[in-house]
Every structure is written in structure tokens, then in C-alpha cells.
Write a new protein. Sequence first.
Length: 394
Amino acid sequence: MYFHNNSRGFNNHSQSRNNFPRKTAGFRSKINPSLYVRKAEALVKIEDEITTNNFADFGFHPNLLANIKAKGYLKPTQIQDQAIPHVLQGSDVLGIANTGTGKTAAFVLPIISKILHDPSQRVIILSPTRELALQTKEEFRSFTLGLPIYVTLAIGGAYLREQIVKIKRDPHVIIGTPGRILDLSKRRVINFSKMTIVVLDEVDRMLDMGFIGDIKSIINQIPPSRQTLFFSATLDRRVEPLTHEFLNNPVKISIKSQDASSHVDQDVLRVPRYAKEQALEQLVSQPDFKKVLVFGSTQMIVEKLSTSLFQKGFKAQGLHGGKRQYQRQQIVANFRENKISILVATDVAARGLDISDITHVINFDEPNNYQEYIHRIGRTGRGNNKGYALTFIE
């Protein structure tokens, strides 16, 4: 990789301690640096994947088909191709597919179609983070232009009173995080008895974040006659009990596509702690680093680093849980719309971040575990794009 550490001169410290595991704040286990080095595999383009259907085969409303075409969707991805018919038929679905394979549209499109055929349908979608909930709402908005479908958010960090007013207008779809949904249910704002479809998006991430109790409390309030859809990047032992408890004879769809990380050139940069910020500045000054996501381990590090980069003339902002919701929304929008080219973020703030043209991910601080590492670098190399990931190690 063109920014490999051997060409940089940040390698003047002893490397012997890297051979031993160490613990730091937050019980972080040191990951073997060799796991951070991997060449990207040859890309298999989405349009080259073998599928059975075209969007026109699903019986979608002409306006919906027009909106799909306007977004540049040529044909369904594999998860969309296989999941959409079963969702339209009313089956419970367990969909397993990698990040960046079009899972969101796999449930958004058939839900829109079902509402158009039956406006009494009421849908609740649970997302692990505010950012993912916002992105799902934007996905609905892009597909429902000119269609009489109403969608609202129920997420923390936003004005509760405004959310209550919108939910009391009885929207077709409520998208929210488990904590805020439960809060609104306790206030008797959400009428779960009317819900006909429930979607758990990124189930594995929600379990990682400790939402299992909230999820059970919410689903248990929804009539058993509902249609239940689970979508996840992985199916592990924590997810399986939920599927047995809440899914009724589900159709299981597992797409064996390239891992998100297989689209990413991965390498390391050995640099002592005192020189990390200098090394980062040198990297992001290069013209190939067009849109960069930098991961820091704490809110304090993210704030300090983003402020320092901004003061030195870089178009940079920081994203972390300590910022107000409207600030987080604006920062993500700025990054998506290329008003900034560097986003420094914590893991929590960047969960579910879906921006297709991130060129590089830089792990300024190492992740807590390898699963978190894979999640981080999956923010680049999305769709038909190749990505690059670089991890700073001492």
C-alpha cells in the first residue's frame, strides 16, 4: 500500500512489546497487527451478481418504480432479489447479508408496496443507532416521492414533544431506537396494537449494544398476527433465540457474498503515540485521501483531534455521543454532502454510518476487538468501490 509505514520514518521505537497482549482503558485487548494487513480482492460488481428478478417483476406501483430508477438502481441486489417476494407475500423473514449489500431497500421497498395496496398497514422499525434510523428514514423518503406514505422518527437526543405530535398523527411507519420507542410506549403515545409489521434492522448490532431486553419488551406488545422481519449481517447464538421466540415459520435468506472487508486494502502504520497526530496530518494531506473517516477511542480524543485538524486548515468535524442530536445530524449531512472531507468519530457514533463514497478509514486508535475492526473498515469499499484502511499501531 502506498502509505505503508516503512516509507514514513515513524519507526524509531522498540517493537518488542507488540508481541504481548496488553490491556488498556475499557479492557481493550491488543489485536495481532497481522490481522490489520490484507490486500483487497477483485471486485464482483453488484450488477454482475446472478439474480432472478427485475424490479418490474415485483408488481410495484409505477411511481415507486420511477423512484427506484431515479436513484440509479439497475436491478435488485441478491438480498433484495430473494427477500422482496417473501415480504410481499406476508412471510416472516430472517435476512442475513453483509453490510453494503442493500439490506435496507430489501425491506423498505416491499413495505412501501404493501402500504400502497393497504393504507391501514402500520409499521415499526427498530434501529440500533440514531444515525441508522435517520438513514432508514432518508431511504423511505427517496423511494416515496409523490406517494401518500408518512414516516416519522422516534430517536433520543431529539425534541420529544415534536416526536409525540408527529406520532399522534398516526404515520404509516415509525422508525426508532429501542430506548426512545419504549419511552414513548410508557407515555402511551405509540399504539402497538395497530402494528402489522415489525422490523429489526441490524439485529446483531442491537444485541452488541445491550438492547435485548428492550427489544423483547417492545415486540411482546405487538399482536402475534404481525409480520416480523429480522435483518442482520451475522447470525450467531445470541440472535437465534430471538428468531425462535418472535419469528413464525420464517423464510431464512443468507447471502454468501464477498465480505465488506474484502473490498478494502488494509495496512498498518507503526508510529509512537507522540507522533500519531503528525502522521495523520501527513496522510490526509495527500490528494488520494478524498473522504476520510478517522476512528478515535474516546469523545475527548475525537474532539481534540477534529478541532486540531480544523484549526490547521482541514475540512474536519468530530462526531460522538456527547453532541446534541441536531449537531450529529448536521455533521453527518456535511460529510455526506462533501462539505467536510474528514470525519473523526467514536465507534458508537459511527455505528450504521452508510455513506457510499468514503475513500479511506484510518484507525487513529485501535479498536476494542476484531469484530469492531471489521465494522469500522466496512464503512469504506462499499457497493462497487474499492476502499483503503490504515491502522496506527505502536
